[in-house]
Design a protein around this ligand. Structure first.
Ligand code: CA
Length: 225
């Protein structure tokens, strides 16, 4: 899942971005309103959620939210705001934001709200299963046959993407968009390295891999288990 974070206070932005990356999200950051709006409008289809500071240099969060809503009614937007009067909050929600969080906030609260919105917007489950593999997004745990399996954050994000789209092909370009961030400049053969790591950790000995390679396209987890 890919999140755009528009926030001008570097310390807060880094704190949020680091936390989200640890949870397996791909995060793109903008430090002012204009850049944020450009990034949002240029890649609206790619973002699963937008975190938007209210007070930004160049352009306010309110203006950005309105501009985003003109183009896209569905992408979830959460306001991060120090403004906390009831009127401000109502006004913020009326511009089309889905939720708001008052600064200072605990990262765990932000994460919980993000998960709720993503679940609503994508109809997303928080538990995925394939055969004896189970992935729980809330507890951030993966088990195989009931035994915990340790995954790196990229492995976790990649597995989530594959299981979320069970039965469908995950194209390589889509994997890069959803699991890596905008600064990704490696040879995308890095995907194969992560796929192999997942196979090593989660395949059952003696049977075909649970991840199928679709030559020249990408990967797929079948919808048969
Ligand atoms: Ca600000």
């Amino acid at each position: 899942m890919r999140i755009l974070l528009i926030e001008d206070e570097t310390a807060i932005a880094n704190f949020i971005a680091e936390g989200l990356k640890e949870e397996g999200f791909a995060v793109d950051m903008a430090g002012n309103g204009k850049t944020g709006l450009h990034m949002a409008l240029d890649n609206l289809e790619e973002y699963d959620l937008i975190l938007l500071d209210w007070m930004l240099p160049g352009m306010s969060g309110i203006e950005i939210c309105r501009a985003i809503r003109k183009e896209n009614q569905t992408v979830p937007v959460i306001f991060l705001t120090a403004k906390d009067t009831v009127d401000d909050v109502v006004f913020g929600l009326e511009t089309g934001a889905n939720d708001y969080l008052r600064k200072p906030f605990a990262f765990e609260e932000l994460l919980a709200r993000i998960r709720v919105l993503l679940r609503n917007s994508t109809g997303a489950q928080h538990i995925f299963r394939y055969a004896d593999i189970e992935m729980n997004l809330d507890t951030h745990r993966v088990t195989k046959g009931g035994a915990p399996v340790e995954l790196t954050r990229k492995e976790f994000a990649l597995l989530e993407l594959l299981l979320r789209h069970k039965g469908k092909a995950c194209r390589r370009t889509r994997i890069i968009e959803k699991v890596w961030d905008i600064h990704f400049d490696h040879d995308n053969s890095v995907i194969d390295v992560y796929i192999n790591a997942l196979r090593k950790k989660l395949d059952s000995p003696g049977s075909l891999s649970f991840i199928q390679t679709i030559r020249g396209v990408g990967y797929r987890v079948n919808d048969d288990a």
